[in-house]
Write a protein that binds this ligand. Structure first.
Ligand SMILES: [Zn+2]
Length: 202
């Protein structure tokens, strides 16, 4: 379809099509739109080029950060003894927005999936046990979506923490089975955080 376009335009359409959720039609529409916005092209180009060099993982919680330590981990007014495990930075900010959690986080970035080569190493679980000791964590709250892979990951984390002297709880109540946390409304999420289920006492 993009065969009649000049090379650079064609290439841009093809490249946009590699992005999740963008087919050839929407890629073409985006590319043609950008063609009429040279300033936006400049800004986008710069941002995209710098993105992988500027945005890193926080050395403590693995959340995205431009500094070695993210703003949440830098904040000394938070409860240092509670750590909430989330799948990704989207869910982290969703929980932050409820305003009821005041501890620190740990971001997995993946859920366990041996067939895709995602194991404990990719989830950073070694780093998690190191953090528990370093921060003298007393409670771990597992805030993963109640999907099949979320549940499998939660069970695995519980197994890993078997011999750690921490209490482990899981948010569950009110969130329908199979639902991703990012789509849960803030009120239900608040209730789920309050009414968390104890998986393991210290
Ligand atoms: Zn951090």
């Amino acid at each position: 379809m993009s065969g009649a376009y000049p090379y650079t335009l064609k290439k841009l359409i093809e490249t946009f099509s590699l992005l999740p959720g963008l087919g050839e039609k929407s890629s073409t529409r985006l590319s043609l739109f950008l063609l009429s916005k040279p300033e936006l092209c400049e800004i986008l180009g710069e941002l995209i080029k710098e993105l992988p060099y500027r945005v890193k993982l926080c050395k403590f919680c693995r959340n995205f950060s431009e500094d070695e330590v993210c703003n949440i981990c830098k904040n000394e007014n938070r409860d240092p003894h509670t750590l909430c495990i989330v799948e990704n930075p989207i869910n982290l900010s969703h929980i932050e927005e409820t305003g009821i959690f005041n501890g620190y986080y740990f971001v997995l970035h993946y859920l366990l999936s041996p067939k895709d080569g995602i194991g404990p190493k990719e989830l950073g679980l070694d780093h998690l046990t190191y953090l528990i000791k370093l921060r003298d964590i007393k409670e771990i709250i597992i805030a993963l979506s109640p999907t099949l892979s979320g549940e499998a990951t939660a069970s695995y984390i519980l197994e890993v923490l078997k011999n750690c002297p921490v209490k482990v709880t899981k948010i569950a109540c009110g969130i329908p089975m199979g639902m991703e946390i990012q789509f849960v409304d803030p009120l239900t999420l608040k209730k789920a955080l309050f009414g968390r289920e104890v998986l393991k006492e210290k």
